[in-house]
Design a protein around this ligand. Structure first.
Ligand code: SF4
Length: 375
């Protein structure tokens, strides 16, 4: 019997080639997303301990960050756990394994947490990444449909079965409820996935689907389609008279290429930064008419920071101390609101400042220029 986890179904829907790299060829690669997944693992482990402590009737710690263990206390994990609000008052299970039979296919997985709400059961899935998808995107997602069936399978006596996605960084919770239509949809979805895999195994072909998601794909280093897309360059300009579909397709291809190229630029920067950091301060490397050096940007001067705080305080009519507190603690939502009301020149400076803080690169960056162009 074919068997899928929610992750494997999602990967299959995104790109058959990536699915085959992982589950058929079992290609060994270094994860491309190690930073985010390290944070995710630490945050999930801390929340699991907090949930188990609650189940054991213990009085919870004042902060969820207290449940991090040595080696997990990275600045990012601390930031996520200190900022999020997790209600454990209704927890009945944590890290609950499940295995379902859906027609001729089985689905297995694990729920981060299960809550009991008077007459309803709710599977809670923690998300520690920055991206928050739309309701529409999640509504038909295989993970949503499978969690709803897992809730039904485990707690058939409940009056209603729900799944909640808790986006810890953004403080967003999205809840979906099981309906007969969704129960039918998941069966159709897994049997289509099983047919797709059976076809791939017979033909030995696993079509690659190049999209902007490729920048997070662990297999891009071994994927010929990805390499071809990067080498292929921009598609020809489509005339303004072209049908809307052709314009939209060309725009989508260019957007994908731009995302892939930006990711590749960051990879080069990482390698170059490490190489340049070994040189005496300010020294450049020259080669093939180019000069590269580590330049300093993004450490706003004291006067710039004061000016920003003063301007924000004046626009928002708030005390400067409060604004300074927000700047220092990077309350991005509040700052966004203030920044949106600033004049353009100050706004640009503030946005650059926030971007640099957000990307954690308030230090040095790689600058590459043509020697001829004046360095
Ligand atoms: S890089 Fe893109 S096209 Fe290639 S396997 Fe990964 S997701 Fe598929």
């Amino acid at each position: 019997m074919a068997s899928f986890s929610p992750t494997s179904l999602q990967l299959l829907a995104q790109c058959e080639a990536a699915w085959a790299f992982r589950y058929v060829q079992r290609t060994s690669v270094v994860s491309q997303d190690s930073g985010e997944s390290v944070t995710g693992s630490a945050v999930h482990a801390a929340l699991e301990r907090a949930g188990r402590a609650r189940l054991a009737g213990e009085k919870g710690a004042a902060s969820l960050a207290a449940y991090l263990q040595a080696g997990e206390r990275t600045p990012e994990a601390l930031e996520v756990l200190e900022a999020c609000a997790v209600d454990l008052s209704r927890v009945v299970a944590v890290e609950q394994n499940f295995e379902l039979t859906l027609g001729a296919v089985s689905a297995r997985g694990r729920c981060d947490r299960v809550d009991w709400h008077r007459d309803r059961v709710r599977v809670v899935d923690y998300k520690s990444g920055r991206y928050v998808p739309s309701r529409e995107e999640l509504e038909t997602d295989s993970q949503t449909l499978i969690y709803l069936e897992a809730a039904f399978d485990g707690w058939p006596f409940a009056d209603a079965h729900e799944v909640e996605y808790h986006y810890l960084r953004a403080g967003v919770r999205l809840v979906f409820r099981r309906t007969p239509a969704r129960a039918e949809q998941v069966r159709v979805l897994v049997s289509a996935a099983a047919a797709q895999v059976a076809r791939g195994r017979v033909t030995g072909t696993w079509p690659a689907r190049v999209t902007s998601r490729c920048v997070r794909c662990d297999y891009r280093g071994v994927c010929a389609e990805y390499a071809r897309a990067l080498a292929g360059g921009l598609p020809a300009l489509v005339s303004g008279e072209a049908p809307t579909g052709a314009l939209a397709l060309a725009r989508s291809r260019v957007a994908t290429l731009a995302t892939l190229a930006e990711a590749r630029r960051r990879e080069y920067d990482t390698v170059l930064r490490a190489r340049l950091a070994r040189l005496p301060r300010g020294q450049a490397i020259t080669s093939d008419g180019l000069r590269a050096r580590l330049a300093t940007r993004g450490s706003p001067s004291y006067s710039d920071a004061c000016e920003l705080v003063r301007a924000l305080a004046s626009i928002a009519s708030r005390p400067a101390e409060e604004v300074a507190q927000a700047v220092l603690s990077v309350d991005l939502r509040q700052l966004d609101r203030w920044v949106a009301t600033l004049a353009v020149d100050v706004r640009e400076r503030a946005e650059r400042f926030l971007l640099e803080i957000d990307e954690g690169k308030a230090g040095q960056y790689v600058e590459v220029r043509e020697i001829k162009g004046g360095f």
